[in-house]
Design a protein around this ligand. Sequence first.
Ligand code: OOB
Length: 544
Amino acid sequence: MTSPLTPGVDAPTWPAEYAERYRAAGYWRGETFGGVLRERAASHPDRIALVDPAPPRRTWTYRQLDDQVDRLAAGFVARGIRKGDRVVVQLPNVGEFVEVVFALFRIGALPVYALPAHRESEIAYFCSFTDAVAYVIPERHAGFDHRALASKVRAEAPSLKHVFVVGDDPGEHTALSEVPSEPAELDGPEPHQLAFLQLSGGTTGRPKLIPRTHDDYLYSLWGSNEICGVDADTRFLVVLPAAHNYPMSSPGWLGVLYAGGTVVLAPAPDPDTAFPLVASERITMTGLVPPLALVWTDSAAGTAHDLSTLELVLVGGAKYSEQAARRLEPALGCRLMQVFGMAEGLVNYTRLDDDPETVVATQGLPISPDDEVRVVDDADQDVPDGGFGHLLTRGPYTIRGYWRAPEHNARSFTAGGFYRTGDIVRRTPTGHLVVEGRAKDQINRGGEKIAPEEIENILLAHPAVHDVSVVGVPDEYLGERSLAYVILRADAEPLRPVAVKRFVRERGVAAYKVPDLVEFVDAFPQTGIGKISKKHQRSAAEQH
Ligand code: OOB
């Protein structure tokens, strides 16, 4: 088998001349995640790194986190987890999430970040596609028993040797609390090697895996920290699922740990949960998606909780309307920063010294002077500044290819190594980007990305379905919701929309991917060359 630790083998990596340039410019500092935590623990051992406020409130100083990570890493190694092995981590916002991923970083094993919402279809795929040796879960989360899911997945993924459960009742699996053992010397990864596999939002039947190295991801963290003003006094509330790239790195919980600040994990993002935490934990910074930012903005006026410690709120993951953006600062009494990023790499922020109009009306500038951004037409020709076009990008923290996906890579990257983001943007005279639309076949449901093809493939397996097309339709709150247009077979009994939704849900996919709306039609609009015209379907749906 090929070595998973050689990015160039499993996925295209930066050509040597670029790697040298990024090192020489000081972007790639030659650090690893495990090493950074060790260093922070040595320089300020007693500062609080992590707070899990769920009763009983637990805290970890940098020293305690570092010690626990050493012990957990040793226990994983004792159970046969080695450098380069993949481990699917599916944990909600709990302290163990941070312990587990740093233990894996320290070994050089690669976390594969599943979302708590993922179900059998996605998890079985991640485990088998990555030949994962272990899977880490909570007992239950949001009313769902992950232990039962793990038992099913074990039967489908022969590589899986261990299931580790956070909680006292692991069932037939292993309690994570039994794993830690006496720390041992570890070989550990090199800075240029892979740190983890992140999931792509995806446009195809299955999510692609994004290979990020220690060097490149750490740059995106400290670059973000400089822009957002993150330092050792920052107290960051993680309200979105911690496994998402955005709350992880923009600047996110990993950025804040890099700076020696304090990370507080919110069990849920709603104001009833988060506002008391902002007050009691004296939170200075957080990151929200647009629908949540709307709810926070609306709820702030009537709240009895003291939000005055908040200095900066980031909003991104989906387009934030200008009108909504204008209301945030007065309502929450803090600064707004827009962030437009992608798990594949490129992240743009508005800047703290941007004028207020730029902050509400644009999605910001790239982190790095060496982020190359092109805005091109359908023939890959550059369009003049101010014109709409496809956003292509290449740079010191943007991947050169997905993990083990050569055919897909040929479509998603140019010959010169630019990533085709699928976003339609416009560049202002100051270089700020404005997201104007999307060319990729993807639905952005309040920041959660859905690949229509994945849901279409599921519905095509329904015996009564002749054809199906899933599109996004505008939604005031979520930005977009999903609509499945279904053509039934001529001889099929009529179906009810709820039966279509149930069919998708029973196939074991994340709830956010189940179509919000279902409509039965006799035919699909066609493009000139006989393909389904999703554009026509979307505009037809807007008339509803
Ligand atoms: C973030 O990452 P992903 O990988 O879940 O999704 C990336 C896509 C972008 O290509 C774009 O289509 C959309 O999400 N997007 C935005 C946006 N931020 C992301 N569209 C419009 N306006 C924005 N502000 O979503 C992500 C990763 C790191 C930081 C922030 C977001």
